[in-house]
Design a protein around this ligand. Structure first.
Ligand SMILES: Nc1ncnc2c1ncn2[C@@H]1O[C@H](COP(=O)(O)OP(=O)(O)OP(=O)(O)O)[C@@H](O)[C@H]1O
Ligand SMILES: O=P(O)(O)OC[C@H]1O[C@H](OP(=O)(O)OP(=O)(O)O)[C@H](O)[C@@H]1O
Ligand SMILES: [Mg+2]
Length: 404
């Protein structure tokens, strides 16, 4: 038998033997119900075989939750989040190796015990809930809609800085909605009655319904729609829509407007985990920690740059005083100041000091102006790849959420 494979007991026999029922708490694999007998399941990939990508060939009978030792992460298989997810991971030195674009599996060579599964965003959430995935990257909108506030899911990183959008209620610009500019205006319209409720079309039935209920709408009906929702009001099929908005172009082009108080949810990409896996599956917590550290280090560094300059001075302290008198030169923990040694008349002398300071990218020009105003010269600007703090606050928060 290959070291990669292990055999399961005869499944038919297990099913038919009352004394050999699966341990409680374990779900029976779906294929069992389909009458499939004796088969093999994928065991954890041996580190030595890291060169071979995960096989997409379905096992005839899937492993039970407790039998799976490899950790799984779900990434969006389609849509606008898919490419950005891969590029974020690449920036964190977690490049996904996807040998065959027609397969749904891949791996991340940097993390040998992790399998990547490409799934539709909503399926990522469902599979995190069932424990078939341990980790996933998906928009908060999808986590909130399909997770429905479930305790089974833990948002490990809530701001991966891409996929920004908002779930928002929009109404037609004209007709009876012309002077409707707030949610309150909409709720107080006399048109909505039990016989003729406000008709809302949305792909977010759970969040949409909760939002309307919590905002005091009594006469509302919902219609589920998957795409092109902006066309429903003009077609007379709905009065208002609850849909994702990012640039606002689609709303504008369809003669719709957002109203004050109408944002249901602000969303961006998140890293989500299955709570049960964090507690019970070997390796999940460690992989989550490593991913979190890399993501935080990369995302923190993204908005910052390193500025280096030389400055004449009598001592490091005297230079430090000048630098710290400037509001944009305080750095992460303060500037690093080091002597610049040069040889003069055969002796080593210090006339200049080098200043290294990390500043927010958006205040770069201001920082340079301030450096110059206190005598800085030869200014170098360097992009930062990572900033590793002592400990990421999100890791602390996760441990406390897990009671660890
Ligand atoms: N303008 C936007 N419209 C929709 N989603 C956006 C937008 N901007 C960011 N997103 C995020 O991208 C995710 C994926 O949306 P996208 O429309 O690309 O894929 P999809 O919804 O899987 O595909 P489809 O819309 O064809 O079903 C959304 O759930 C949301 O988190
Ligand atoms: O504010 P905007 O930048 O205009 O983006 C909003 C639009 O983008 C999404 O549609 P998508 O492009 O995913 O098409 P779909 O309706 O087929 O999902 C969303 O459903 C809106 O229609
Ligand atoms: Mg879409």
């Amino acid at each position: 038998m290959s070291p990669m494979l292990a055999t399961l007991p005869d499944v038919t026999a297990v099913l038919h033997s009352p004394s050999a029922s699966p341990p409680s708490g374990l779900r029976a694999p779906a294929a069992v119900g389909m009458g499939m007998a004796r088969t093999r399941f994928l065991a954890p990939r041996a580190a030595a075989s890291a060169a071979s990508a995960v096989s997409a060939k379905p096992a005839a009978v899937a492993p039970l939750y407790a039998d799976r030792t490899v950790v799984r992460i779900g990434l969006p298989s389609k849509g606008r989040m898919s490419e950005q997810t891969l590029s974020l991971l690449k920036s964190c030195q977690l490049s996904v190796r996807h040998l065959n674009p027609r397969q749904y599996t891949a791996d991340i060579p940097q993390v040998p015990n992790l399998e990547v599964w490409f799934q539709r965003p909503k399926d990522i959430v469902r599979k995190l809930q069932s424990g078939d995935l341990d980790l996933g990257i998906v928009g908060l909108d999808i986590v909130s809609e399909y997770g429905q506030g479930s305790d089974d899911l833990v948002v490990v990183h809530d701001a991966l800085e891409f996929g920004h959008c908002r779930l928002s209620l929009a109404v037609p610009k004209e007709g009876i909605f012309e002077n409707i500019n707030t949610l309150e205006d909409l709720a107080n319209m006399p048109e909505w009655t039990q016989e003729r409720p406000l008709r809302v079309v949305t792909g977010f039935g759970y969040l949409g319904e909760k939002f309307m209920r919590e905002n005091g709408f009594n006469h509302v009906s919902f219609l589920a729609g998957d795409g092109a929702l902006e066309s429903y009001p003009a077609m007379g099929m709905a009065d208002v829509i609850v849909d994702l908005v990012s640039s606002g172009t689609t709303l504008r082009e369809n003669n719709l407007k957002e109203i004050d108080g109408g944002v249901v949810l602000e969303s961006q990409a998140t890293l989500v985990a299955c709570r049960r896996s964090l507690h019970k599956r070997n390796g999940v917590l460690e992989i989550t920690h490593e991913m979190l550290e890399r993501l935080e280090a990369h995302l923190t560094a993204t908005g910052e740059i390193m500025v280096t300059a030389n400055m004449r001075g009598n001592s490091a302290e005297e230079v430090a005083e000048r630098v710290l008198s400037q509001t944009s030169l305080c750095g992460l923990q303060g500037p690093t100041i080091s002597p610049v040694y040069r040889s003069r008349d055969g002796k080593v002398a210090v006339e200049y000091y080098a200043i290294n300071v990390v500043v927010p990218q958006k205040s770069l020009y201001k920082s340079i102006q301030q450096l110059r105003s206190i005598g800085g010269s030869g200014v170098l600007v360097t992009k930062l790849t990572y900033i590793f703090d002592e400990e990421t606050p999100r890791w602390r928060k996760l441990l406390s959420e897990l009671g660890l």
